[in-house]
Design a protein around this ligand. Structure first.
Ligand SMILES: Nc1ncnc2c1ncn2[C@@H]1O[C@H](COP(=O)(O)OP(=O)(O)OP(=O)(O)O)[C@@H](O)[C@H]1O
Ligand SMILES: [Mg+2]
Length: 336
């Protein structure tokens, strides 16, 4: 994708300007932002608006075990290890004259951090089992949803590698901090999906839109896009009302629907390291404890499911619940 959806948000406008400016250069770019904020979309935009003739090659450093990742990145010669039945070039070679997008760079092991640093310094790679270095001309765009500076402080990420990557940092704001864009994005996705599915264009009623504005969007733009897709497929009405949001909308809490989010929830957001929850302070205004508890439950239920790759027994264990209780809770919150 080489286009970016229009924005009304000032921080995003700056992001777009910066991306436009750095795209034609060969500089290393480090894209930071929570999951689903559009890091890969931005990386592609930068590549496809550059002068680089080679391909855009992406690799997710968190999704693959270390040994496999090493072989993928650097390539290998036939016989380098059991199973290496033929020579295979690595992603660095494949991305020659193009861009290598190193996604989830914050999850790279210490060993591969050292190897990557060497490649960036020397601009050449050596395949596993290889004897000669191969010159590569690759532009690096790295991305992470971790706070890399914290990772450096904690000794989990090499400082020298961080400085090599942090040439042009671009930080994408979470969706809850760019509410001006929610209607714009929702309408963009509505149009896109309706056209794709060949159904008449649907729109959101004012109340539905307010719901979306009040929600805190832990999954950011991707979550909004998925919601819209579900709405188009599952709702027959032309105008989408709040009750239509309730089934697929991750935040709907079924029959005991809570008055969504207004004050407490906007404060109640996933903290930047994505590991915990930032709870609202108890001020004179008070907090809606029942709603908060529900939100906490939903947060951990989803997180556990995600961590357990959807395996309910495992997810239940992570929350120290027995399976039946876990499933009951999923049902209660329409997460089943
Ligand atoms: N500026 C944008 N323009 C167009 N589409 C966008 C934009 N931002 C996000 N999206 C949409 O949001 C979805 C998520 O974007 P993307 O995959 O780039 O996020 P990410 O930050 O890489 O997420 P993750 O950390 O989970 O990998 C994409 O499917 C894309 O359609
Ligand atoms: Mg991504």
């Amino acid at each position: 994708m080489s286009y970016l959806i229009e924005t009304h948000n000032s921080v995003m406008k700056e992001v777009y300007q910066l991306a436009k400016k750095v795209a034609p250069s060969n500089s290393t770019v480090l894209i930071l932002g929570e999951s689903g904020t559009g890091k890969e979309v931005l990386a592609k935009y930068i590549h496809f608006n550059s002068k680089r003739q080679g391909p855009f090659v992406a690799i997710n450093c968190a999704a693959i075990p270390e040994e496999l990742l090493e072989a993928e990145l650097f390539g290998y010669e036939k016989g380098a290890f059991t199973g290496a039945i033929k020579t295979k070039p690595g992603k660095f070679e494949i991305a020659n004259k193009g861009t290598l997008f190193l996604d989830e760079i914050g999850d790279l092991s210490a060993k591969l951090q050292a190897k990557l640093l060497r490649v960036l310094q020397e601009r050449q790679v050596e395949r596993l089992g290889g004897e000669h270095p191969i010159k590569v001309d690759v532009r690096i765009i790295a991305a992470t949803n971790k706070d890399l500076e914290k990772e450096v402080e904690a000794g989990r990420f090499r400082e020298d590698l961080f400085y090599r990557l942090n040439v042009i940092p671009i930080k994408l704001p979470p969706l809850r901090k760019r509410k001006e864009d929610i209607a714009l994005l929702a309408n963009f996705f509505l149009k896109k999906v309706c056209e794709r599915e060949g159904v008449p264009l649907k729109r959101l009623s004012e109340k539905s839109l307010q719901r979306l504005l009040d929600y805190h969007w832990p999954g950011n733009v991707r979550e909004l896009e998925n919601l819209v897709e579900r709405l188009v497929i599952l709702t027959d009405k032309e105008i989408i009302e709040p009750e239509d949001l309730s089934y697929p909308f991750g935040i709907s809490l079924g029959s005991e629907e809570i008055e969504l989010i207004r004050t407490p929830m906007s404060l109640f957001s996933v903290s930047s390291n994505q590991e915990g929850l930032a709870l609202p302070d108890l001020t004179e205004e008070g907090v809606d404890l029942i709603s908060l508890i529900k939100e906490i439950e939903v947060f951990y239920l989803k997180k556990a499911l995600e961590k357990a790759s959807g395996v309910k027994t495992k997810a239940a264990k992570l929350l120290k619940l027995n399976r039946t209780t876990f499933i009951e809770k999923l049902k209660k919150y329409n997460l089943a």
